[in-house]
Design a protein around this ligand. Structure first.
Ligand code: PA5
Length: 423
């Protein structure tokens, strides 16, 4: 399990502290499946269900793709791509020699971006994983038609064998097409919304193609979900959910998720969707934003230190580095850096993080630390389960339905009207 350190936020709490009684009620509501959106709480059991049903088929499909293709084009948007991208960038930021490249399309209508991806594919052998629960989302549907045509040009009658569809088990356009053309298909379960689906085939197939051990991820997630069922203020998901709700009540309406690992960038994007779409409704919700330290200390640091005091900061820290680098000594010390010689870069980074934390807390930014043992399959699973559980508890604490996203439909209605989509 991850550990949450609230010591940098405690000075900003009210005397009563985080409301663990309300967190307990929220957790019970979730576990009993008696709250708003209860038909979308299947993500709690998802890792075990996937292990019992599709996991081996996912691994087999990934092995097939890895053996024959140099690239996988993943088509999806929102919850149908951010988790996979977050995982791959976190765990495989530099693809190995035998790893196919994974391209993410269908999250934009930019012709430049689509053409750039087509150029980058060149004459590489590739497969396509089209991911859409509804099957009707315009951005991925447009990309799919384009990349399907590319497959048909390249592989002729064998093109269908290069398409893997991840979609609803029973209904929708994509489901219908997959059946008609015999594409290998995987399921986005009925009771799991897009932003909670990364531990299904939605995330696991692209991750496995990228070389991530998805059996390890799934096993770790099964244990994590069990551990996070702990009904106690010791539960890190309660701590984080209750602390951020307390701070929100005191006017800290923006949460910055920060990490000192550049490879965390798309995990932060995944987190932003998870929390933004789950909590931002009914005129309420903490605005989720993200920063990448140290880089953003030199762009956003000024605002964080001395801008409006509406920011709270949550920092994801990986306890151990995957690789160590000892800072070298230099004869003459011309750059004046010998005071660091012999120290591990990871230790220097930790000291820098402590310095930042102290400065931000002193400057009036409540700070929460989310500590993860390692940047590996288990660490990823721990983070996903923790953030999902805390998100649901936090959403129920603020009395919204954390599992719907009615606001997303508004732009779609306008777009379809303006594009002249037939009724
Ligand atoms: O969390 C969600 O439900 C959304 O982000 C969806 O994943 C996103 O809109 C894509 O939808 P679909 O998978 O139906 O194409």
């Amino acid at each position: 399990m991850v550990k949450v350190d609230l010591s940098g936020a405690a000075g900003f709490f009210t005397a009563a502290g985080p409301d663990y009684e309300l967190a307990a009620i929220a957790h019970k509501t979730l576990a009993d499946k008696s709250g708003l959106g209860n038909d979308f709480t299947g993500w709690v059991e998802l890792p075990q269900r996937v292990k019992d049903t599709e996991l081996e088929r996912i691994v087999a499909a990934a092995e097939k793709i890895r053996a024959r293709s140099r690239a996988l084009v993943v088509i999806g948007i929102g919850g149908s791509y951010l988790g996979a991208r977050g995982a791959i960038e976190l765990l495989r930021p530099m693809p190995g020699r035998d790893d196919p490249r994974v391209f993410f399309v269908g999250n934009t209508l930019s012709s430049d971006a689509v053409c750039d991806t087509i150029d980058a594919l060149g004459d590489m052998d590739f497969d396509v994983n089209v991911i859409s629960k509804s099957g009707t989302t315009l951005e991925p549907a447009v990309a799919f038609r384009i990349f399907r045509e590319l497959l048909q040009k390249k592989y002729g009658k064998d093109a269908d064998g290069h398409i893997f569809a991840t979609t609803d088990a029973h209904k929708g356009v994509l489901n219908g097409l997959a059946r008609q053309h015999g594409w290998e298909s995987f399921v986005v379960p009925d009771d799991v919304g897009g932003r909670f689906s990364v531990l299904s085939a939605v995330g696991l197939l692209p991750m496995a193609v990228a070389g991530i051990d998805v059996r390890r991820v799934t096993d770790a997630a099964i244990s994590e979900m069990k551990a996070l069922d702990l009904r106690s203020p010791e539960n890190p998901a309660w701590q984080y959910a209750a602390a951020r709700q307390l701070l929100y009540g005191k006017g800290y309406s923006i949460e910055l998720l920060a990490c000192y690992e550049p490879s965390f960038r798309f995990m932060a994007e995944w987190w932003k969707q998870l929390y933004g779409e789950s909590e931002g409704k009914d005129g309420k919700g903490i605005f989720p934003a993200s920063v990448e330290f140290n880089a953003d200390l030199h762009s956003m640091g000024q605002y964080i230190q001395s801008g409006p005091r509406t920011l709270m900061e949550s920092v994801v820290r990986f306890t151990a580095s995957r690789r160590e680098l000892v800072f070298p000594s230099e004869d003459g010390n011309a750059d004046g850096l010998n005071y660091l010689a012999g120290r591990k870069l990871s230790d220097i980074s930790l000291v820098a993080a402590d310095a930042v934390r102290e400065a931000h807390v002193t400057g009036g930014v409540p700070n929460m630390v989310i500590e993860v043992p390692r940047r590996d399959e288990e660490g990823f699973a721990a983070l996903v389960c923790f953030f999902e559980m805390a998100c649901a508890i936090s959403g129920y604490m603020s009395r919204v339905n954390p599992f719907n996203q009615p606001g997303v439909e508004e732009y779609k209605k306008n777009m379809f009207r303006m594009l002249g989509k037939p009724e």
